[in-house]
Structures are given as C-alpha cells and as structure tokens.
Design a protein around this ligand. Structure first.
Ligand SMILES: NC(=O)c1ccc[n+]([C@@H]2O[C@H](COP(=O)([O-])OP(=O)(O)OC[C@H]3O[C@@H](n4cnc5c(N)ncnc54)[C@H](O)[C@@H]3O)[C@@H](O)[C@H]2O)c1
Ligand SMILES: O=C(O)C(=O)C[C@@H](O)[C@H](O)[C@H](O)COP(=O)(O)O
Ligand SMILES: [Zn+2]
Length: 367
C-alpha cells in the first residue's frame, strides 16, 4: 500500500432513531478528521485504561488536537480489567467531566475494550442526562460487540451490568491495527462473541469460522477484518430493530445467563467475559438438548469450535451449581414468573425459552 492509496475500510451503518456508522480498518487512530467528526462542542473526556492509554492515548489525542484545536481534551484512565467496571470508577469519571467543565455538547471518547466502553458509555448517558460518546474499541470483543448497540453499564458485586442505560454511540471507530498489541487470551475472548453470531442466527458463518479458525487465531488481518465486519452487520441488524431489548435483541444474550453468573460468582477476577460466555454457550446448547430442542451433536460441534479457539468449554472447578442458579435470578431477562434462557433449535436458530425447570439447569451445571 503506498501513501496515496487509502487504507481499506468497511463501513457498517446502524439505523434507527439515532443512526451512526461503524468504521473498520487499519490506521484509523491517526485519522483526526474521522475521530474529530464526532466532537460537537469544546470539551472531550478521553476514557481509557492503564494498558491501552500508554499504547494509544497520545496518538488519539494528537490526532484529535490536530483536527480540532478548539477542543479541550482531558483524560480519565481506569485500572485495567473487569474489576474496574464499578460505580466507584463511574463516579471518578463523572468528577473528571465536572472538573473539565463539560457542557451538554461535550463528548466522551471511549478508547479501550468493553470495560472502558461500557463504563464510558454509561458516564456519557448520565452526564447532564446524556452527552455524545464516540467508541474507539481496541479489543476484538469490543470491535465485534460491546462498542455497538448502546448497552452501557457497570457491575455490582451482586451481578453483571446491573446499573446502566441504553445510550447509542455517536460513532464507532475500530482500528484493526490495535489488535496487533492485544494479548492472545483477549483475542480468543473476542472470538467467543464472534462464534455467538453464527450460533444464534447464521449457520453459514459458523461454517466459515470453522474454515478460517487457524487464520483468525494467527491474527490474519483479512480474516479478522472480515469477521469484525460480518459480526457488526449481525449486531447492527438486530439492534436497529430492537434497541431496547424488547424482543429479538435478547438472542445476543446466548450463553450470558450462565456466563454472567460465572463471572459474578468468581468475583469478576476469574474467567473473562468472552471465556465465561464460551462456557455459557456450551451449557445453553446442552440445556437445549436436555429440553429436547436440539441434538447433543450440535452442542458438541459448538464446543469443539470454541475449544479450537482455545476457549474454556466446561465450568471451572470450585463453583457451586446452586450458587450459580441463585446468581441467575438477577439476570436481566428474568421476570416475576422466573428465568428465561436463550436456547437453540440447532446451529443458527436461537430463541428465548421460559419455564425451564431449576432441576434441568442444575443437571446441566452438575454434569
Ligand atoms: N455493551 C455490550 O453490548 C457488551 C457486549 C459484550 C461485552 N460487554 C462487556 O465488555 C467487557 C469485556 O470487554 P473486553 O473483553 O474488551 O475486556 P477489557 O476491556 O477488560 O479488555 C481486555 C484486556 O485487554 C487490554 N487491552 C485492550 N485493548 C488492548 C490492545 N489493543 N492492546 C493491548 N491490550 C489491550 C485491556 O487493558 C484489558 O486488560 C465486559 O465487561 C462485558 O460485560 C459489553
Ligand atoms: O448487546 C446486547 O444486547 C448483548 O446482550 C451483547 C452481550 O454480548 C453483552 O455481554 C451485553 O452486555 C449483555 O447484556 P446484559 O443485558 O445481559 O447485561
Ligand atoms: Zn457478551
């Protein structure tokens, strides 16, 4: 590629009441015009974490300053990891917005993985009842899932994402070159959410993932860019029709009733989100088989692909099934009449199922 030819970019449009674009490609972190297009006012708060900020915060700040010298840019950096997605860090970020004098046209710029994106998005949703948020995801998981769709939240010790808001971003800018510094464990975690799209609604995508597994694991740019764009198209199609999870959006929660219970029961310091979702998807597929909805062989095919991606496919030791079941009662799909699970009729065909007996859930957890 020479200096005059533009970098290859994919753009996925997310429609709905507040439409926005997801731009995917290499070198976007230096594109001040693209990054700065989301800034309406004179204040921006760059939210990042202690791993990502030393790698990318200066580059993004410089690109923004070059494009928008009139904007005051301050930073708020979290300690890395799920354990930072708390009300305490939310309050610190809010204090940073107050200190910067952010007006209602200010922008929160989320530079990092899903932890940064969820927390920063929630900060943007709450400051003066809602200001702009530009998502700049730097993990595969954040590029394929968390930066899109406007679910923002922090965790409580009692459970995942229990305090949050729906607040769609103004723009999503995914620089695929950021994946070059991503630790392999985090790349694998992102692949779990990629597999999810195949599992819930696109059997052909699951075939493609099986074919391209080695390339994806090796960090092949073209395979990753393709997987990101395909995943974003799936998520965009769902969230533009059902932004507030009144219906089909719940399918994106496949594996999450189990997964979130695992993360909370481990105090947000055990499996990471993608890993917990991998285990959760296998458990949901096994529960589907137990309920007579799908065959055991399909659950094993899913488990085999996830294992090939180096993801866990069985409950970690030391977790009590009864305690996990209790955790699930705070799942956001649960209602007065009990738990709801996303199960499947087979690969590519997920649906929400109510009325699953506790005994069936415990049997799958104990197996
Ligand atoms: N809002 C949503 O729709 C949605 C969807 C999926 C997941 N989530 C949330 O996302 C979170 C998980 O996100 P995650 O997997 O990105 O985890 P994360 O944000 O903790 O990032 C993983 C690790 O990678 C580091 N990192 C990030 N980018 C890097 C880079 N380019 N180079 C080097 N290191 C880098 C981070 O510092 C961190 O240590 C969970 O809290 C989950 O609940 C939200
Ligand atoms: O966007 C969605 O909707 C999802 O469910 C995507 C999930 O991958 C994500 O982990 C989400 O944060 C879970 O939401 P929750 O409502 O179960 O907290
Ligand atoms: Zn998830």
């Amino acid at each position: 590629m020479n200096a005059t030819s533009p970098s290859p970019r994919a753009i996925v449009e997310v429609g709905g009441e507040k439409p926005y674009a997801i731009t995917i490609g290499p070198g976007l972190l230096d594109d001040g015009a693209l990054l700065g297009a989301g800034l309406r006012g004179r204040h921006a708060l760059l939210v990042s974490d202690g791993n990502v900020a030393p790698l990318y915060a200066d580059r993004v700040t410089q690109a923004l300053r070059a494009a928008r010298p009139d904007v005051r840019i301050d930073g708020y950096f979290l300690p890395p990891g799920e354990a930072s997605k708390t009300l305490a860090h939310f309050a610190e970020a809010i204090d940073a917005l107050a200190a910067t004098g952010a007006t209602r046209d200010a922008c929160v710029v989320a530079l990092g993985g899903g932890v940064v994106g969820d927390l920063a998005g929630f900060v943007a949703a709450c400051w003066m009842r809602g200001i702009d948020c530009v998502q700049i995801p730097t993990t595969l998981l954040a590029m394929v899932d968390s930066s899109v769709g406007g679910k923002t939240a922090v965790d409580l010790p009692q459970g995942k994402n229990l305090v949050g808001a729906f607040h769609p971003p103004r723009a999503v800018i995914a620089d695929t070159e950021a994946l070059l510094t991503l630790p392999p464990r985090e790349l694998r975690a992102g692949l779990a959410e990629v597999v999810k799209y195949g599992a819930i609604r696109d059997a052909a995508f699951l075939d493609w993932l099986e074919d391209r597994a080695d390339a994806l694991l090796a960090g092949d740019d073209a395979a990753l860019a393709d997987a990101i764009a395909r995943s974003c198209r799936h998520k965009a199609e769902i969230v533009e029709r059902d932004p507030f999870e009144r219906g089909e959006r719940a399918l994106l929660n496949f594996g999450h009733t189990f997964g979130h219970a695992i993360e909370a029961e481990q105090g947000f310091g055990g499996l990471n989100h993608g890993e917990a979702v991998a285990v959760g998807m296998v458990l949901a597929a096994r529960l589907s088989a137990r309920q007579g909805l799908a065959g055991e062989a399909e659950a094993e095919r899913l488990a085999a692909l996830l294992a090939r991606f180096g993801l866990p496919v069985a409950l970690p030791g030391g977790l009590d099934p009864a305690a996990l079941l209790e955790r699930m009662r705070l799942d956001k799909k649960a209602a007065a009449d009990g738990l709801r699970f996303v199960l499947w009729d087979g690969i590519g065909a997920a649906r929400v199922v109510a009325g699953v007996a506790d005994e069936a859930v415990l049997a799958v957890l104990e197996k």
